[in-house]
Write a protein that binds this ligand. Structure first.
Ligand code: GDP
Ligand code: MN
Length: 395
């Protein structure tokens, strides 16, 4: 899960990283008043879940509160297209108004989880700012990396080594090492997968300030991090992801053609595995979890079937807390209401499985029942292969 710059800055500030004073505004008058309180010159920054804003005009300097208001009026309600948003861009719903910071140098610092090594890697470059990608590609020898010992936090000596590599000395070096340690602590305590400061500004006086912060969080850990989950901005998710999140469903989009509804992450993995072995590819996973209602199932099925790439659906439920007849009723309702012609394989096992099968038969909708998981997956794959290409229905 990604969060906005202003949210990432609040998180890092809690761990002691210096950030500019700032306020979030949703309207031009709010932005003007914020600039008045913060003092000018200020900067007005579009808040979207994508970088590259500086080069795309999403970061404006403002010499007066009125100029901050005008910059906000310009940005709010516009669609910002940056090198990272894709051609469709991102609508700007909020801006961050900050005190401007005079910078002598712009550094780059990031901590990320390296999946191959299963360790945290710290990355530092003295050439931070809006052209950092070019400097990564052009002069990789000037990008410094330190790997944390497996299962451990980056240590103080590594942080100092990176600070020295950035050419910092004295108080600046001490402060940089402290920032790196704070990033490491923040990462651990929030289950972040990425903490990036770019630029980390060195001011004329040699102080360090994080001018831009990006954070991403491990989706699987959000259950135990309610304070991070609360930062989720449903407007930034794709419409289907947002719809799923609003309905408390977990939705994973993939690029195959079989829509899958399951209950539980374990069953999702097993289902994925069986589909791949049968020569097919899942288009998505809708995990309805436990305790889902008929209504929730119906909504899940609509989301699953809306995906334009879906050519067959596989409902693979192992009833425990969730009852198979509830699932069957929900799917029947969604298929009726959307007049969907999608071939649907139903594999119901566990609590009220027989009642569920009765609901399916009684519907007269031509579901494809399956007994074992393997057969169910194979059937869904063959139906997807036989089905004509289609466009999604309305969710
Ligand atoms: P990004 O392009 O989406 O990464 O947005 P940033 O927040 O990094 O802003 C782009 C650039 O604007 C930065 O690299 C800085 O050079 C500049 N910038 C942003 N905030 C300030 C500020 O408070 N003072 C100064 N001098 N420059 C800023
Ligand atoms: Mn940046």
């Amino acid at each position: 899960m990604k969060v906005h710059e202003f949210q990432a800055k609040r998180v890092l500030a809690r761990f002691g990283v210096p950030v500019p004073r700032g306020e979030v505004a949703g309207s031009a008058p709010e932005a003007r008043d914020a600039a008045g309180r913060l003092g000018v010159p200020g900067v007005v920054k579009a808040q979207v879940h994508a970088g590259g804003r500086g080069k795309a005009g999403g970061v404006r300097k403002a010499a007066t509160p009125e100029a901050a208001g005008r910059a906000a009026a310009d940005l709010l309600g516009s669609v910002l297209v940056t090198a990272q948003t894709g051609p469709a861009g991102r609508p700007v719903r909020r801006v961050l108004v900050e005190e401007a910071v005079g910078t002598a140098r712009e550094l780059y610092l990031a901590l990320a989880v390296d999946p191959a090594r299963e360790a945290v890697v710290a990355i530092a470059s003295a050439e931070g700012g809006v052209d950092v990608e070019a400097s990564f590609a052009g002069t990789p020898e000037r990008v410094f990396k330190e790997y944390a010992p497996a299962g451990n936090r980056l240590d103080e000596a590594q942080a100092r080594k990176l600070a020295a590599a950035l050419g910092l000395t004295g108080g600046s070096a001490t402060q940089a090492a402290g920032i790196i340690m704070a990033m490491a602590e923040a990462m651990e305590k929030t289950d972040a997968s990425l903490v990036e400061i770019n630029p980390l500004a060195v001011t004329g006086e040699g102080g360090l300030v994080a001018l831009d912060v990006r954070m991403a969080f491990d989706d699987n850990a959000l259950g135990r991090r309610p304070e991070i989950l609360a930062l989720r901005d449903l407007d930034e998710a794709s419409p289907l992801e947002a719809e799923a999140a609003r309905s408390n469903l977990s939705y994973v989009k993939l690029d195959g053609d079989i829509g899958c509804m399951v209950n539980g992450a374990g069953l999702a993995m097993a289902t994925m595995d069986l589909i791949l072995r049968a020569g097919g590819r899942p288009a998505n996973f809708l995990d309805v979890g436990g305790g889902v209602t008929e209504d929730g199932v119906a909504r899940a099925f609509r989301i699953l079937a809306f995906d334009p790439g879906v050519r067959s659906a596989l409902v693979n439920i192992f009833g425990g807390i969730v009852r198979c007849d509830t699932v069957a009723s929900g799917v029947v309702r969604a298929v009726r209401e959307t007049a969907s012609s999608l071939p649907v394989v139903m594999r119901l096992e566990g609590t009220n499985a027989e009642e569920g099968r009765t609901v399916l038969r009684a519907s007269g909708l031509g579901f494809h029942p399956a007994e074992g998981m393997r057969d169910a997956a194979a059937l869904a794959v063959s139906l997807a292969g036989a089905a004509p290409a289609r466009r999604g229905g309305r969710p």
